[in-house]
Design a protein around this ligand. Structure first.
Ligand code: ADP
Length: 191
């Protein structure tokens, strides 16, 4: 099994790029953000716990997202791998993921890091807020908190994966098609 992580700040284009990428390489796309929004929409206990945190632009507890990830890993057998989007987001999630994979005799194939400046991120999220009905996109201070959370809690993962030789950067400033091509070139070079 292949295990790719699509990585980058909020608004970098992870979700947009993940769908065609997963299709092309027969991967199951797992977006923790989407899974959490599904729980909220379904009114589940987990969704209730997550909602206030997400609406404030903070992270939900590691055990919640890790439980969701483990469930999906167990469920999909006839794919060539998984494409993780929005996970891991903290060092402890990354270490737990490594343990999870190690216990299955597997490892991360590569981290695809979408590179984009904060200013562009803000513009893209403001635009997305008008198209998709996401409460966490609509308020400027929540977006600012998510970007800040990214720099403080998620960016340290870059060194974690770089030290393992698994970190790869892709320019995410072009058109959707151009960025998609940059990503495919990278994935093909890792295969
Ligand atoms: P974006 O990448 O645009 O910030 P996501 O859809 O990936 O959006 O995530 C939305 C929100 O869901 C995050 O701001 C956070 O509150 C929560 N979330 C998603 N993934 C995780 C995770 N791995 N750990 C903790 N919280 C998460």
């Amino acid at each position: 099994m292949k295990y790719y992580i699509i990585f980058g700040p909020p608004g970098a284009g992870k979700g947009t790029q993940a769908t065609p990428l997963a299709e092309r390489y027969n991967l199951k796309h797992i977006s923790t953000g989407e899974l959490l929004r599904g729980e909220i929409a379904g009114g589940t206990e987990l969704g209730k716990q997550a909602k206030a945190l997400i609406d404030a632009g903070s992270l939900v507890p590691d055990n919640i997202v890790e439980g969701m990830i483990a469930q999906v890993f167990g469920k999909y057998k006839d794919v060539d791998g998984f494409l993780l989007d929005g996970f891991p987001r903290t060092l402890s999630q990354a270490m737990d993921l490594d343990e999870m994979l190690e216990s299955r005799g597997e490892e991360i194939t590569g981290v695809i890091s979408l590179m984009i400046p904060d200013e562009v991120v803000k513009e893209r999220i403001a635009h997305r807020a008008k198209c998709e009905n996401r409460a966490d996109d609509a308020r400027e201070e929540v977006v600012a908190n998510r970007i800040d959370t990214y720099h403080r809690q998620t960016e340290p993962l870059i060194d974690y994966y770089r030290d393992k030789g698994k970190y790869h950067e892709v320019d995410s400033l072009g058109t959707i098609a151009q960025v998609g091509e940059n990503i495919r070139n990278l994935v093909d070079s890792l295969a």
